[in-house]
Design a protein around this ligand. Structure first.
Ligand code: S3P
Length: 184
């Protein structure tokens, strides 16, 4: 392209599938997802919120009263159900894609996007909320580092990988839209 020539106008992204965001706690799945949905003109939904509604209790209470295994089973059911709905942007909890059955259904029915973030960005963002049961630990940073080591190789199986930078969320939204356009 000639320098100064107008760049070709991007193809508008037309969604034929739900975009499912995966990534660690603090990666920005909900905040980026909400803005992405607005830009694409589709609904935004959050799997954790739907699990809370379905169970009639908070995630912390589900973990405390029923245990993580039961939470994962509920998470799998809820996500499978949501992926039958018309295309939308779906934020999933950080552990969802780690469950082989949940991952299978997500890879089958959605465009999966891993929001990859570094430890500093994650820790800065999770410090704003203290309701995540996995981080109620003496050393939350060590927990996060362990989760990164375990989960990043699996998150890498997502269809698209986009860096979630410690800047305005619109930057990450732009990067996702670009990745979707390049994929089309
Ligand atoms: C979890 C992440 C949380 C929530 C639950 C477990 C995880 O969601 O699903 O606390 O295993 O990483 P967010 O990633 O939206 O914080």
């Amino acid at each position: 392209m000639q320098p100064g020539a107008p760049s070709p106008s991007p193809q508008p992204v037309r969604l034929d599938r739900t975009i499912a965001l995966v990534g660690l706690m603090g990666a920005g799945k909900s905040s980026v997802g909400r803005r992405l949905a607005e830009r694409l003109g589709v609904p935004f939904r959050d799997a954790d919120d739907e699990i809370v509604i379905a169970a009639g209790r908070s995630i912390a209470d589900i973990f405390a009263e029923r245990g993580e295994e039961e939470f994962r089973a509920g998470e799998r059911r809820v996500i499978a159900r949501m992926l039958n709905d018309p295309p939308h942007v779906l934020a999933t909890g950080g552990g969802a894609f780690m469950n082989p059955l949940t991952r299978l259904v997500m890879r089958d029915r959605a465009i999966t996007v891993w929001l990859r973030a570094d430890i500093e960005t994650l820790m800065k963002r999770v410090s704003r909320r203290d309701d995540r049961p996995l981080l109620k630990a003496a050393d939350p940073r060590a927990v996060m580092e362990k989760l990164m080591a375990e989960r990043y190789p699996v998150y890498a199986e997502a269809d698209l990988v986009v860096d979630s930078l410690d800047g305005p969320h619109t930057q990450t939204v732009d990067a996702i839209i670009k990745a979707l356009e390049e994929r089309a």
